[in-house]
Design a protein around this ligand. Structure first.
Ligand SMILES: Nc1nc2c(ncn2[C@@H]2O[C@H](COP(=O)(O)OP(=O)(O)OP(=O)(O)O)[C@@H](O)[C@H]2O)c(=O)[nH]1
Ligand SMILES: [Mg+2]
Length: 453
């Protein structure tokens, strides 16, 4: 396999930048690019040692820094790896990379270092994907989950299920082939019991993805309401800054204002929209059309009403729009301006309602709890595995489905089918964890990584 190189640190100016080289020629490339201060010591090429020296290209030395060598197989990729740390300037880092490329390395593709780590058995696919999670995470929860999974927690959980299913498959086949002999120490009712437990575990894992997605990718959220109810005030409160214009003029927000915020551990991808009402104004009408569109695209709708005023036709129009777009169950009814409300609380056709004052920052804790509950926070225990990745979730759901079929098959006269269903489940788990995964899927996964990772 060729020796690859890439800049491992972000594009931009900083104190330090790093160029990583991996492959059988990595140390040879390093020798041509790096001039060690202590040549005799560098010649020993000790694993994990740090060497000070300078960096050069064909024109001569251009910076100084350090070089660390990691010997195969004890490196990130499993190959010989050399990391070169120069000063973090744009030009100097480019020059260091260019020098490595001129001296025997080729440019790494997106995700190629991690891909090699996977191919060389240094990590499972779920571990590799979790490294992407560590880099992407903006919430503590996502970071914790990713760090645990990079250490193999999900791989271990899937491995346990895989091993249990493997045993069962063997027992099912032994039972079918030799029904009269006592070939197996697991009876059919016992097999069924074990399969039911496994199915529950797989269902729980697949179900955790609702929460997993909420803490990673985030929830597409539309803030809607008639004009002047305080939608933009709510957006600003959640952002912690004056992101959208707030005035007492109805129809202030015309276009959609988007912002990503963290609500507890959950990420909301918020869209503040134009107030929905009857209007003849051309621009406002376009904005209202977009607001309706935002409702249909949202996974969470925050429908804002003004508690200090009675419900009117514009409010009713909004409620109808939400019901028509099928988002009633995904809506939290926000009764705003609780600070100046005097009349009775509005009774609206939503299961979840809470009163807040966006102006005085009151009632937001309840919103945090409500949204957390809607997206499964309460169903996740402290030590439960959480699936953040859609690909893993689909594979685990397929496995759960196949185990369900196996349970049904054991009930009837089709126990041989149970064996086949268990094999389908085994294949699905193997795919989730990458023990058995097609080249195309591997390429697809790593192409989303950045170059240098
Ligand atoms: N008393 C009180 N006033 C509020 C509250 N929230 C918002 N307001 C006021 O209500 C007015 C409208 O607020 P906005 O946030 O601009 O309302 P909006 O729903 O975005 O309005 P449009 O963009 O026109 O659709 C402003 O004068 C706010 O200061 C609240 O909780 N209490
Ligand atoms: Mg507004």
């Amino acid at each position: 396999m060729s020796t690859i190189a890439a800049i491992g640190t972000p594009h931009g100016k900083g104190g330090v930048a790093m160029v990583r080289i991996s492959g059988s020629e990595a140390f040879e490339v390093a020798k041509r690019v790096f001039v060690p201060a202590n040549k005799a010591r560098f010649e020993k090429q000790l694993h994990g040692s740090v060497y000070y020296g300078s960096f050069r290209d064909e024109k001569g030395v251009f910076d100084d820094g350090i070089c660390i060598l990691f010997k195969s197989p004890s490196s990130f990729t499993g190959e010989d790896v050399c990391e070169l740390y120069c000063h973090g300037g744009l030009l100097v880092t480019q020059k260091l990379l260019a020098s490595a490329l001129k001296n025997g390395a080729r440019m790494a593709l997106a995700g190629e270092f991690t891909r090699r780590a996977f191919i060389n058995g240094k990590m499972s696919l779920t571990q590799a994907e979790a490294i992407g999670g560590i880099i992407d995470s903006v919430s503590d929860k996502h970071l914790t989950v990713s760090a645990n999974q990079a250490n193999g927690s999900l791989s271990r959980a899937l491995g346990e299920i895989y091993d249990e299913l493997k045993l069962l498959a063997a027992s099912v086949y032994a039972y079918i082939d030799y029904p009269d002999e006592d070939m197996t120490d697991i009876s059919v009712p016992e097999m069924k019991q074990t399969l039911i437990k496994i199915k529950a575990r797989l269902d729980r894992l697949a179900g955790s993805h609702t929460y997993g997605r909420a803490i990673s990718e985030g929830i597409k959220t539309a803030i809607v309401g008639k004009p002047n109810t305080g939608k933009s005030s709510l957006l600003n409160l959640l952002c912690g800054e004056e992101r959208a214009i707030v005035t007492d003029i109805a129809g202030t927000t015309r276009d959609i204002v988007t912002e990503t915020v963290r609500l507890g551990d959950i990420i909301l991808r918020l869209s503040d929209t134009a107030g929905i009402r009857e209007s003849d104004d051309t621009v406002e009408k376009i904005g209202i059309g977009r607001s309706i569109g935002a409702i249909s695209e949202a996974d969470l709708v925050l429908a804002v009403f003004d508690l200090s005023r009675p419900i009117d036709d514009d409010d009713k129009r909004l409620i109808s729009a939400i019901i028509e777009s099928g988002k009633q169950s995904k809506t939290v009814c926000i009764l705003n301006k609780s600070d100046i409300a005097s009349g009775p609380c509005h009774k609206l056709p939503f299961d979840r309602a809470l009163s807040i004052s966006a102006k005085n920052n009151e009632g937001i804790e309840l919103l945090v709890d409500t949204v957390g509950e809607m997206f499964g926070a309460g169903e996740i225990g402290e030590n439960d595995e959480i699936i953040v990745n859609a690909r893993q979730c689909a594979a685990v759901a397929n496995a759960a489905n196949a185990v369900g079929n196996a349970i049904e098959a054991l009930d009837g006269f089709t126990q041989d089918i149970a064996g086949m269903d268990i094999e389908i489940a085994l294949a699905a788990i193997a795919e989730a964890d990458g023990r058995q995964v097609s080249e195309d899927i591997v390429n697809e996964i790593f192409s989303h990584f950045c170059v240098g990772k």
